[in-house]
Design a protein around this ligand. Structure first.
Ligand code: GDP
Length: 174
């Protein structure tokens, strides 16, 4: 089936991206701590294919607090349930929490597309290439796509790549 997890540290632009992928603002948000395994963000239909995008519970480096421990555990098991991961990071800003999220992705062994968001913020585009190479060398990503969720740049290639990597018959809700 077509279950995709969008992961990344807070503020990298996951919700903005989700709204662009779906073309409308239907992301479900909740104020409750996310101790559940999945939070469905939306369903994208393309012909007979349907892709369900889910958000994994918040990832926290600080594991001392019981609630954070619980959320990290839930996030890790959620990663094990999906078909593919979209890992969102911010252009030119690699953070230790990004490293932690990446390690969870590696452990999950899921195919992963790296999305370098907020490229509209980068004035000197030549800076971007060394950053892409540096992050790209950290893991075997299926694809690396520079995007701007806010300006809606390179959103179609994400959808196409996701559909390309999904199993033959994603489930379909009539
Ligand atoms: P989330 O916490 O990962 O879901 O991040 P949000 O989608 O809430 O975005 C966090 C902030 O980054 C918001 O202020 C967005 O407007 C901003 N943002 C998201 N995508 C982009 C982008 O492509 N370019 C710029 N410049 N800002 C962005």
């Amino acid at each position: 089936c077509g279950l995709i997890a969008i992961v990344g540290r807070p503020n990298v632009g996951k919700s903005t991206l989700m709204n662009q992928i779906l073309g409308q603002k239907i992301s479900i948000t909740s104020k409750k701590p996310q101790t559940t395994r999945h939070r469905i963000l939306g369903i994208h239909t393309e012909g007979n294919d349907q892709v369900i995008y889910v958000d994994t519970p918040g990832l926290h480096k600080e594991e001392k607090r019981a609630i954070n421990k619980l959320m990290n555990k839930a996030a890790s098991s959620a990663l094990g349930d999906v078909e593919m991961v979209l890992f969102v990071v911010e252009a030119m800003k690699w953070h230790e929490d990004d490293e932690m999220v990446l390690n969870k992705i590696k452990r999950s062994k899921q195919p992963c597309i790296l999305l370098i968001n907020k490229v509209d913020n980068i004035k000197n585009k030549e800076e971007l290439m060394p950053f892409l190479q540096e992050i790209g060398a950290k893991h075997k990503f299926e694809e690396i796509i520079p995007i701007s969720a806010e300006k809606s740049t390179n959103i179609e290639p994400i959808k196409e790549t996701v559909l390309k990597f999904l199993p033959e018959n994603p489930f379909f809700f009539p």
